[in-house]
Design a protein around this ligand. Structure first.
Ligand code: T46
Length: 138
């Protein structure tokens, strides 16, 4: 099954609030459409830096601006959309087979990623023409 950029949605995460601040919790099988097998985060991203420039065959992700803000550009080979993330109670769900680029990281921003599978370079498509061919031919 091929997904498209409309399948990549912003999900509102639960907030437990009290006078001393907020906590947001995500549990496998309760708050997520996949089980988390890996967590990583991007930080100390220099001003003006761009990251990404790849797609994944199988990986699903929830991406959260744990601090600060940044923009994802999502591309399904036919259409593109930009998603601005700037709050820790919003996650961007990225489905498999979507090319992504990231830009406009604010100073001190932290991009937290909850990932469905372990790291494997075999899951990456890093060449845009290969990505276009994959989207066309499956
Ligand atoms: C995405 C954004 C938000 C590892 O060794 N293990 C890992 O789990 C990861 C994610 C990366 N790496 C190594 C592989 C590369 O040598 O770290 C280097 C940079 O990785 P990558 O090209 O994946 O980095 P980004 O920031 O361009 O992209 C990553 C995710 O891969 C991507 O799916 O959405 O973070």
């Amino acid at each position: 099954m091929q997904f498209n950029i409309e399948d990549c949605r912003i999900v509102e995460l639960p907030i437990v609030h009290n006078d001393n601040g907020n906590i947001t919790v995500m549990e496998n099988s309760v708050d997520l459409p996949f089980d988390i097998n890996r967590i990583y985060y991007l930080y100390d991203v220099p001003m003006g830096a761009e990251r990404g420039g790849h797609a994944h065959y199988k990986l699903q992700q929830y991406v959260v601006a744990a601090s600060g803000s940044f923009t994802f550009i999502l591309d399904d080979g036919q259409n593109k959309k930009e998603v601005f993330l700037n709050h820790p109670n919003k996650a961007l769900h990225i489905v498999p087979g979507i090319w992504r680029e990231m830009k406009d990281f604010s100073s001190g921003s932290i991009c937290l990623v909850l990932a469905s599978i372990a790291y494997s370079e075999d899951d990456y498509i890093r060449d845009y023409q290969d990505f276009k061919n994959y989207r066309k031919n499956g």
